[in-house]
Design a binder for this molecule. Structure first.
Ligand code: AMP
Ligand code: GLY
Length: 431
């Protein structure tokens, strides 16, 4: 079978890497892919990003299964387009992807279905927003309603920061948020305390299959300092997600969400990612939904998956839905996997492109370099985006996986390379 992975980041490289291990996979195509997938004979890059053109290409090339990585193509309706033409694809429809693409939609959805989340209100009028913030006080959280590549959230520790966030989200839009219909809106919500974890499942519209747990590092600098990013590293499993927390997340968040979507007439298919805030008592609240796998969480999660990923995706997209997927059990490597992101100079605000990569290690059974912002220019790998690589390794404990990952990245160089030296620190603390 020929399979297509939509996207070109580290998450998609990991999808492709795992799919290429399936006996039934003949070729893995990535649209558009990256420099790392360009130089590897296991994959072929397809330089198409337009949804209709991609569907046409998939038909012409007899693609048996497509899996979507990023939120952009999902929000653009890639799943709807493929399905309308009888193509098998794993991901949520455009309507279901609103769980991520619109904070206002997802907060209203959670309120309607009694899913635990922070108290909030939605504003398009800056005067009302300023008034609300003044009334509630700090700390408080201001979120742009629209896709902002993980940069549309300001956790304001002071009122000044909150007011400034309202001004630039509803005003000059310096973050470049892709506003939803109806123009600029913000969600302002209660500040939640606790520890975050990433909780991901697969869904076929009715049945749910939980994936291994994970935790990522959102801040740029060691000790969780500096600006928010898309994620600077991740590991799986996350010890903070105890069996009890896991059961609560399934019962209180995931299952009511899938049921709620079905009830609202927008059945959920695809990966669903709940960002959890876990309090000291083991209570869970939903920080956000993503309608996709996390990046970089996917890289360590898939390194631990022993089951055949193609078979899992085929079961999840079986016409008529049901049995095969319902009965599936995933087999995980008992070791910990940990990935360290190497980011470009200037990330996250203005990542520089064109720096030459050197010293990439060859793949080992316990250490893999997944590419993201790389491109092949006249036979030379160069940086082309903010998060450049994710060096991912397995080890018998968080500490050993961490040591192996840092050893594997030791020889890699590009000018301006930034990375955290403490990926996994929370996991080490808990274990
Ligand atoms: P989001 O994109 O909604 O997940 O927000 C990005 C990050 O902002 C989260 O990973 C949290 O670290 C932080 N954050 C978001 N909402 C809240 C909240 N209500 N309370 C505390 N921190 C938050
Ligand atoms: N690493 C967080 C995310 O993918 O949204």
């Amino acid at each position: 079978m020929k399979v297509l992975v939509v996207g070109g980041g580290g998450r998609e490289h990991a999808f492709a890497w795992k799919l290429a291990q399936s006996a039934r996979v003949q070729m893995v195509y990535l649209a558009p892919g990256n420099g790392g997938t360009a130089v590897d004979a296991r994959y072929q890059n397809v330089p198409i990003t337009d949804v209709v053109a991609l569907r046409q290409w998939a038909q012409d090339n007899r693609i048996g299964l497509t899996v979507v990585g990023p939120e952009g193509p999902l929000a653009a309706g890639v799943v709807d387009e493929f399905r309308q033409h009888g193509l098998r694809i794993f991901g949520p429809t455009r309507a279901a992807a609103q769980l991520e693409s619109s904070k206002a939609f997802s907060k209203a959805f959670m309120r309607r279905h009694g899913i635990p989340t922070a108290e909030y209100d939605t504003f398009s009028d800056p005067v009302a927003a300023h008034h609300y913030v003044a009334q509630k006080g700090a700390p408080i959280v201001v979120k742009a309603d629209g896709l902002a590549a993980g940069k549309g959230v300001v956790v304001a520790m002071t009122l000044d920061e909150a007011h400034a966030a309202i001004d630039f989200m509803l005003g000059d839009n310096t973050l470049g948020v892709a506003h939803n219909e109806g123009g600029a809106r913000v969600v302002i919500e209660e500040f939640l305390e606790g520890e975050e974890a990433s909780f991901m499942v697969m869904c076929d519209g009715r049945n749910v299959l939980a994936l291994a747990t994970s935790q990522d590092h959102k801040r740029l600098l060691d000790g969780d300092q500096g600006p928010n990013t898309g994620g600077m590293g991740a590991y799986s499993p996350a010890p903070v997600v105890t069996p009890k927390v896991h059961a609560r997340a399934m019962r209180e968040i995931i299952l009511p969400t899938i049921k709620g979507m079905e009830k609202d007439g927008i059945p959920y298919t695809g990966f669903l990612y709940a960002g959890l805030m876990i309090d000291a008592q083991g209570g869970v609240k939903t920080l956000e939904f993503n309608c996709r796998m996390g990046d970089p969480e996917t890289q360590p999660i898939l390194m631990r998956l022993k089951s055949d990923f193609l078979e899992v995706l085929l079961a999840a997209t079986e016409p008529g839905a049901g049995q095969a997927f319902e009965q599936l059990e995933l087999d995980w490597d008992r070791r910990t996997a940990l990935g360290v992101v190497l980011a470009a100079h200037g990330y996250p605000l203005s990542p520089r492109k064109g720096d030459v990569l050197r010293g990439l290690p060859s793949e080992a059974s316990d250490a893999v370099v997944f590419h993201a912002g790389t491109t092949l220019v006249q036979g030379q790998l160069q940086t082309s985006g903010g998060r450049v690589l994710c060096v991912t390794a397995l080890g018998d404990s968080v500490r050993l996986a961490q040591a192996r990952a840092y050893q594997a990245l030791n020889g890699i160089h590009f000018d301006g390379m930034q990375f955290r030296t403490d990926v996994g620190h929370r996991g080490i603390k808990h274990s």
